[in-house]
Design a protein around this ligand. Structure first.
Ligand code: SF4
Ligand code: SF4
Length: 467
């Protein structure tokens, strides 16, 4: 019998009005039901992007009476009992209680990583303007919550670029399934596995930054602190609801331990900070811990559509030409249109690229590819409209008018933070260079292949509630 996988996105039928606004944003038509009646999610189609959670505006009114009490509802959603905000019909199930327990007991050595998109949105939960940049306060808050090591997903994004750029150049020069697709968006990966199983080999074999960071915590990071890997508890703070699904994938344990033990969304981290009565706005600016917390600007732009492509080009160009890239800001791949096609000419090699945001926009490209009509080498796909900054786990905009402003400001802060960094190319990050020297060997080498790569396969496993 096929192993069952946990479902992370649900609709509360008692609250759902059947407005079907969620079906308009669902990229895979997974929301089923008649207008005006409670909806359900087809779990086998759903890619767990959480866009339905972001758009849903039906909530538990204090003036109505329900069969399910608010406390029962909170428990079912694994959310804090003291949560004050409205509970919406479409929701994601949290990892809040298990992280809280680990932090309270302090029996495990906890290491946390934070995705790039979280530092440009978390402060919104504490009344700061949309898109406020707050990496220092975020690091300080995580330390006060009791995490023993506050590391950064951006570091692992740099690691991803080292591996992915090498894989791309190898596939182009030595022959490999082309075009190569990025594999850091788990909803996109699940979509390919579900709907285009014949194209699975086109996905890069690189794990996502979340999973690479988790692997490094349980190997190199455990060694730095002299703790047994089995005592390391690895937490990821993510803008994305599908990262919970990715963390639970059975193949994500090449160190011998599950790379990531729990994933909190940006909203869940805000609940944790509020529940601990930490005054976020008064926190000092603190740094991330070293060595797994140093990052380049390239690692930081993974949070926006076009960011992975831009970071990969910054490294792949220099890898191929052995010359310094003059224009570090590769603005031609940045947001603006749903699909961007750009060719980079390195002199010896022409790299034809495509950047697509939104799964509906990528379908015609995949259909062309199946008909043998796609003429490009590398494609970045992010499921959410503006990339991870607009992910399903990000602060929810209660007024629709704020949504475009939030995306615009979060994107601007992401690029600002890139420009603030001493190093803006992944291969120039000194901690990355040292880790390859001391531990990983070379990109695509034996150790990095074992720990940082994985395989994807056509998905026969069905999603179920029963885990
Ligand atoms: S889940 Fe929310 S958005 Fe979707 S139909 Fe129900 S009330 Fe409307
Ligand atoms: S999580 Fe995403 S894919 Fe799943 S039902 Fe909601 S919008 Fe659709």
């Amino acid at each position: 019998m096929a192993k069952k996988i946990k479902e992370h996105i649900k609709i509360d039928v008692e609250l759902c009005t059947g407005c079907r606004r969620c079906s308009e944003v669902c990229p895979v038509d997974a929301i089923e039901g008649e207008q005006g009646k409670p909806q359900s999610i087809n779990a086998d189609k759903c890619v767990m992007c959480g866009q339905c959670v972001q758009i849903c505006s039906a909530y538990d009114s204090p003036f109505e009476s329900y069969v399910t009490s608010r406390s029962q509802r909170l428990e079912k959603r694994s959310m804090p009992a003291a949560l004050k905000e409205p509970l919406f019909a479409a929701y994601h199930v949290g990892d809040f209680p298990k992280v809280k327990e680990v932090l309270a007991q302090q029996k495990k050595f906890s290491m946390v990583q934070c995705a790039p998109a979280v530092r440009v949105s978390l402060a919104e939960e504490f009344g700061m303007p949309l898109g406020s940049l707050a990496p220092g306060k975020m690091a300080a808050a995580l330390r006060r919550l009791g995490f023993k090591r506050v590391y950064d997903t951006n570091f692992a994004a740099d690691l991803t670029i080292m591996e992915e750029s090498s894989e791309l150049v190898k596939r182009i020069t030595e022959g490999g399934p082309l075009p190569m697709f990025t594999s850091c968006c788990p909803a996109w990966v699940k979509f390919v596995e579900n709907e285009y199983p014949e194209l699975v080999d086109h996905l890069s074999s690189c794990k996502s930054p979340q999973q690479m960071a988790g692997t490094m915590f349980k190997t190199y990071g455990a060694n730095v602190d002299g703790v047994d890997a089995e005592n390391v508890y690895s937490v990821a703070i993510m803008p994305c609801t599908c990262k919970k699904f990715e963390a639970g994938r059975p193949e994500m344990k090449s160190s011998g331990y599950q790379d990531v033990d729990a994933v909190l969304t940006t909203r869940e981290l805000a609940y944790l900070i509020k529940e601990a009565s930490i005054d976020f706005n008064s926190l000092p600016e603190e740094s991330f811990d070293q060595p797994l917390g140093m990052y380049s600007g390239a690692g930081n732009i993974f949070g926006v559509t076009g960011g992975v492509m831009e970071a990969a080009i910054r490294t792949a160009y220099e890898m191929v030409t052995k010359e310094s890239l003059k224009d570090i800001s590769v603005t031609s791949v940045r947001g603006g249109q749903d699909v961007r096609k750009v060719t980079f000419d390195t002199g010896t090699l022409k790299i034809k690229t495509v950047v697509a945001s939104g799964l509906k926009n990528v379908v015609p490209i995949l259909e062309d590819l199946k008909r043998g009509k796609a003429d490009f080498h590398f494609m970045e796909v992010m499921t959410c409209p503006a990339g991870c900054i607009s992910g399903g786990g990000q602060p929810k905009m209660l007024l629709p008018v704020d949504t475009p402003k939030a995306y615009q400001n979060r994107s601007a802060s992401t690029y600002q933070h890139d420009e603030e960094q001493t190093y803006r190319k992944s291969h120039e990050n000194p901690e990355i260079q040292e880790i390859y020297q001391k531990f990983l060997g070379e990109p695509l080498g034996h150790q990095s292949h074992k720990l940082l790569h994985t395989h994807y396969k056509p998905r026969k496993i069905k999603v179920s509630d029963e885990v």
